[in-house]
Design a protein around this ligand. Sequence first.
Ligand SMILES: *Cc1c(COP(=O)(O)O)cnc(C)c1O
Length: 229
Amino acid sequence: MTSLSAKLQAVLAQIAGAARQCGRDPGDVRLVAVSKTWPVACIREVALAGQTSFGESFVQEALDKMDQLRSLALDWHFIGSLQSNKTRLLAENFNWVHSIDRLRIAERLAEQRPASLPPLSVCVQVNVSGEASKGGVSPADVPALAQAVAALPNLRLRGLMAVPARSDAFLEQRRPFRLLRQLFEQLQADGLVLDTLSMGMSHDLDAAIAEGATVVRVGSAIFGERHKA
Ligand SMILES: *Cc1c(COP(=O)(O)O)cnc(C)c1O
């Protein structure tokens, strides 16, 4: 077993353990392997170990990788911040966009999603910790944005995504995830059909799973620490 494959297996075991710990079915938590900044060779290794979903934050970097990995039939999740001038590339090439934070961007994605492809799966990103530096819509603005996005053609609103402020204490980590889950449940109660709570990264995936995450986005625990620019 290669070391990346061993790290992938360890993360999958951690996810399954965290799910069982709180009485959830491990099969209800999917892993998106966040491969931003890592080269194609690393992604191929993880893909050959069985991982099919990969997350990227930079459009051009992701397109180059997709090009070189066509033969592997992977699904690609955009998790970075969105710019209007990149929406066409996203609409044409990705399976998911997790970081919708304004209607205008969602409208462009809906217009630009090719008819030949299935609807683009999207999540609304929520700024659960109120940090000025973080993307996402404020909790109070979630219902209006979610309803508007859900009404667009060629998109399928799957749920909510968040990147809370970093904390190393388990109970502290759970609080923003709980807020995201409550917002999610409110949308369901309001009639939206949703199946995705995209929350939890390398350092807080146990807390996210305890609060109901259905997708965790894990980079460094699989690929290693990214070099900071
Ligand atoms: C980089 C990134 C991740 C993965 O973070 P790790 O700490 O490396 O697991 C998850 N979600 C988003 C939005 C990211 O930008």
